[in-house]
Design a protein around this ligand. Structure first.
Ligand SMILES: CC(C)(COP(=O)(O)OP(=O)(O)OC[C@H]1O[C@@H](n2cnc3c(N)ncnc32)[C@H](O)[C@@H]1OP(=O)(O)O)[C@@H](O)C(=O)NCCC(=O)NCCS
Length: 326
């Protein structure tokens, strides 16, 4: 199979793209969305960036064989973060993958330049743990391994344990009234996590309650009656349904405790609430992803009983040649 033509993606490509992603995920998982509806929503959300930042590769028969996307993840500490996604049909020859990679880096360079002549940038991309060819291609092109994302699972027990909360705190369903305070709590909790996305007001709903797979039953906020900073949201958990799983599975998509509330059992209480609700809602399994550099979270999940599924992936990064090198 050889890629002959590249065209910008459109939301109408969602069905064949989701099929490509499912195929790729079955062989070399990196956590791609596999449902056409979710892919369509994502592509539609890129708006005018679709034409500049995406490419669909068509083979000789006009079938979708590859996909490339350059995503602007915002500027943190003066450095523009750019996420590269390259998906190739497993039968795509090595030169096709190299071509895909060159396009991604070229587009990322254009994105960096659009930020001004002195804009520094870092590229990030994922590689399946079993994809040695992809890993070699990336390292030969200046990428280095920065971390592994672990995929952890928990079989929902028949009799989940219960846990108490410190006084003055209440577990509440996610409520739109706390939308902005939950966003601020999220960004505060993740302030020291270099890889985390810190959504602005525009992108926050998509990250949480407007996510197409949002699962309100298992999601919650932990509200404090009194808080010195006047933000009652001490901790939060957003859960999603896992539409790709072979048994009913919920995903713990995003959870955190604001620094001043840590080590008091808040995250444990939210997760155990989710475990109880998972059992009564018919879910058999919970899953989540966590970076192997996030020791507090790994310790938390292991203590609750999560174990590795083996579907993790590696994250690699590369600095883009800065202005001094030009
Ligand atoms: C990870 C995080 C959610 C933990 O929240 P928390 O409310 O402090 O967690 P808990 O109090 O329920 O901790 C339960 C257990 O987890 C482990 N744990 C939690 N934080 C830890 C830390 N900093 N170091 C070592 N172990 C830790 C401990 O075993 C702890 O029990 P102990 O306090 O009795 O020793 C919080 O540190 C956080 O918000 N981090 C930033 C966001 C993040 O990484 N989210 C997870 C993404 S996958």
């Amino acid at each position: 199979m050889k890629v002959l033509t590249w065209i910008p993606a459109t939301p109408e490509d969602a069905v064949p793209l989701a099929a490509l992603f499912r195929h790729a995920e079955a062989i070399a998982p990196v956590g791609l969305d596999q449902h056409a509806e979710i892919v369509r929503t994502r592509l539609a959300g890129l708006g005018p960036d679709l034409a500049r930042h995406t490419r669909v590769g068509l083979d000789g028969q006009g079938a979708v064989a590859a996909y490339a996307e350059v995503a602007d993840m915002g500027v943190a500490d003066g450095v523009l973060r750019i996420r590269l996604t390259g998906v190739a049909h497993p039968e795509l020859a090595g030169d096709g993958r190299a071509e895909l990679h060159r396009w991604l880096v070229d587009q990322a360079e254009q994105l960096r330049r659009a930020g001004g002549p002195t804009q520094a940038a870092v590229l990030g991309t994922r590689c399946a743990e079993n994809d040695s060819t992809g890993f070699r291609l990336l390292t030969e092109n200046g990428f280095t391994l920065v971390r592994h994302e672990r995929d952890l699972v928990l079989t929902v027990p028949e009799l989940p344990p219960t846990v108490g909360l410190p006084p003055g705190l209440a577990l509440e369903p996610v409520d739109e009234r706390y939308q902005e305070l939950a966003r601020l709590a999220h960004n505060e909790a993740y302030a020291q996590s270099p890889a985390a996305v810190r959504p602005d007001q525009r992108t926050w709903p998509q990250h949480a309650i407007a996510h197409p797979q949002f699962l309100p039953d298992l999601s919650c906020l932990l509200l404090a009656e009194e808080d010195q900073d006047e933000n009652p949201v001490a901790a939060f958990l957003f859960a999603l349904t896992d539409d790709d799983a072979d048994e009913p599975t919920a995903i713990l998509h995003c959870l955190g405790t604001r620094p001043s509330w840590r080590r008091q059992g808040l995250a444990t209480a939210m997760i155990l609430r989710a475990v109880h609700r998972a059992r009564s809602s018919g879910f058999r399994r919970l899953r989540l992803q966590v970076s192997d550099t996030n020791q507090p979270a790994l310790a938390l999940y292991r203590r609750i009983g999560f174990t590795e599924s083996g579907r993790g992936y590696a994250v690699l990064m590369r600095q883009l040649a800065g202005p001094t090198a030009e």
